[in-house]
Write a protein that binds this ligand. Structure first.
Ligand SMILES: Cc1cc2nc3c(=O)[nH]c(=O)nc-3n(C[C@H](O)[C@H](O)[C@H](O)COP(=O)(O)OP(=O)(O)OC[C@H]3O[C@@H](n4cnc5c(N)ncnc54)[C@H](O)[C@@H]3O)c2cc1C
Length: 450
């Protein structure tokens, strides 16, 4: 197959990365984005790569899988990672961005890339004979979702995530909330709201009593374990929150000189530092109830809410039934999927699947052999997971060490400490990744020249 143009549907995190990579490899791209003509329940702007919830792209600390994935993308010439570096805001060891500047920068780069044509319209059908990447995300429009269901031949699976609330900085009582990072790691970019035992007990019982937004359109609620709403965590036991998003470990309140009984962390949302989000406080309580209960958090008694927590849908396909590790459909090799819809979870994970789909769609268009990312790499591990996991119990995943292959034998035996073993896993992965990039980008150029 040799064609000179591909389609990418969805100008979110995965779609822009896919379009950018394909364009970099010499292919013309038509990138379809339905906003602003049609909005999703979570997006608010007409910008490409809009970040809908937390502004954090998670840890960028060497030795973590989250860093590994980012580093692979950086080495792979990722548009999204470059924009993140340019719009970074302080967040300790995490990579957080000013969401507006981030989306603006990516939109500008895409609009100015001569090989990409941006088309602002909702796509409602999947063309038969064109090379197409579907990157419409967890909130794919209804019409296209119906088409995807026909195409994949299996039922869609739904579950719910929820957005964390955001408060204005000047409404936080800083005589109560104190600046510190856990174990003083990575500066003191977080504000911490400390609870004593009595305050925690009151907050807990009010949270249990608070009214939720009813889940009407869906029969069944299946929460993603890593993104549970606080009221759901609270229902699991009185201390569950204290061991989860309200854990106080590593935080010393300068007023008492001790760790508080529990704590809520607030993370800076934008470069102006005028907004803070409540870390891990996604919930689906009614807005009035949120205001009442969250103002019981010490330091937030006068909080002004810029955004309340929300519930949202997450749509993803049963990838192990339909996808190959190239991100290509098994039955329709000219159709690729990318991003959260493939069953990865998270911003950077979505970008990585976009990167791989973009590279492979460009290779298909230019008649080159398609690539599987190295098994040891984080990108390869995610692609392997979505294409090979148990289809019956398929669940979205973040990148973790559990997905990476173990160290080869001599290293496994010789390195005893877990931390050092992990460090080595990351180093090996990056070495393989760099070699693979070198080899295969050269190969594509050779194929194109031929
Ligand atoms: C509300 C919410 C909160 C989340 N919070 C976090 C978080 O805090 N941290 C995290 O790591 N991950 C979070 N995620 C998960 C995930 O990382 C993000 O959804 C991420 O944006 C996924 O990237 P994507 O490119 O797959 O989809 P998106 O970024 O959603 O991009 C899909 C794009 O496709 C467009 N589109 C949809 N249908 C059509 C169509 N038919 N035609 C044309 N265009 C279409 C949409 O308008 C959108 O721009 C959250 C998801 C949601 C929904």
């Amino acid at each position: 197959m040799k064609v000179d143009q591909i389609n990418v549907i969805g100008g979110g995190l995965a779609g822009v990365e896919a379009a950018w990579q394909a364009a970099r490899l010499g292919v013309q791209v038509k990138l379809y984005e339905m906003r602003p003509e049609k909005q999703t329940p979570a997006h608010r702007t007409d910008k490409l790569a809009e970040i809908v919830c937390s502004n954090s792209l998670k840890s960028d600390e060497p030795g973590t899988t989250s860093y590994l994935l980012k580093e692979e993308l950086r080495q792979g010439g990722s548009l999204v990672m470059a924009a993140a570096a340019e719009t970074r805001v302080p967040a300790g060891a995490a990579l957080a961005v000013d969401r507006e500047k981030f989306a603006e920068l990516i939109t500008e780069r895409i609009e100015n890339e001569p090989r990409i044509r941006l088309v602002r319209e909702e796509v409602t059908g999947i063309p038969e004979n064109k090379i197409t990447i579907i990157a419409t995300g967890p909130l794919s429009s209804d019409a296209l979702t119906a088409e995807i269901m026909k195409l994949t031949g299996s039922d869609q699976m739904y579950f719910y995530d929820a957005i964390a609330p955001i408060v204005s900085a000047d409404s936080i009582d800083t005589s109560v909330a104190f600046r510190a990072a856990r174990y003083d790691k990575g500066g003191d970019d977080y504000l911490n709201c400390p609870f004593d035992e009595e305050q925690y007990a009151r907050f807990y019982s009010e949270l249990l009593e608070a009214k939720s937004v009813p889940l009407q359109r869906f029969e069944e609620t299946r929460w993603f374990e890593a993104c549970l709403p606080i009221e759901e965590l609270a229902r699991r036991g009185v201390d569950t929150l204290r061991f989860g998003p309200m854990k106080p470990v590593g935080l010393r309140d300068p007023k008492t000189g001790r760790e508080p009984y529990a704590a809520v962390q607030l993370r800076q949302e934008n470069l102006m530092a005028d907004a803070y989000s409540l870390v891990g406080f996604q919930n689906h309580l009614r807005y009035g109830e949120q205001a009442r209960v969250l103002r019981l958090i010490p330091g937030l008694q006068h909080a002004e809410f810029l955004q309340f927590g929300q519930i949202h849908r997450n749509t993803y396909i049963c990838s192990p039934r339909v996808l190959q590790a190239t991100m290509q459909m098994r039955d329709r090799p000219n159709v690729f999927f990318a991003g959260q819809i493939t069953g990865v979870e998270g911003y950077v994970e979505s970008v990585a699947m976009g990167w791989l789909a973009g590279v492979n769609a460009a290779r298909l268009a230019s008649g080159s052999e398609l690539l599987e990312a190295p098994a040891r790499s984080a990108t390869g591990a995610l692609a392997h997971y979505v294409s090979h996991a148990d289809a019956k119990n398929f669940q979205p995943v973040n990148i973790t060490f559990a997905l990476l292959p173990p160290l080869p034998e001599p290293a496994k035996r010789n390195v005893r400490k877990k931390r050092e073993r992990r460090q080595l896993q990351v180093e090996l992965a990056l070495k393989e990744w760099a070699e693979w990039l070198e080899q295969n980008h050269t190969k594509l150029e050779a194929a194109q020249a031929g």
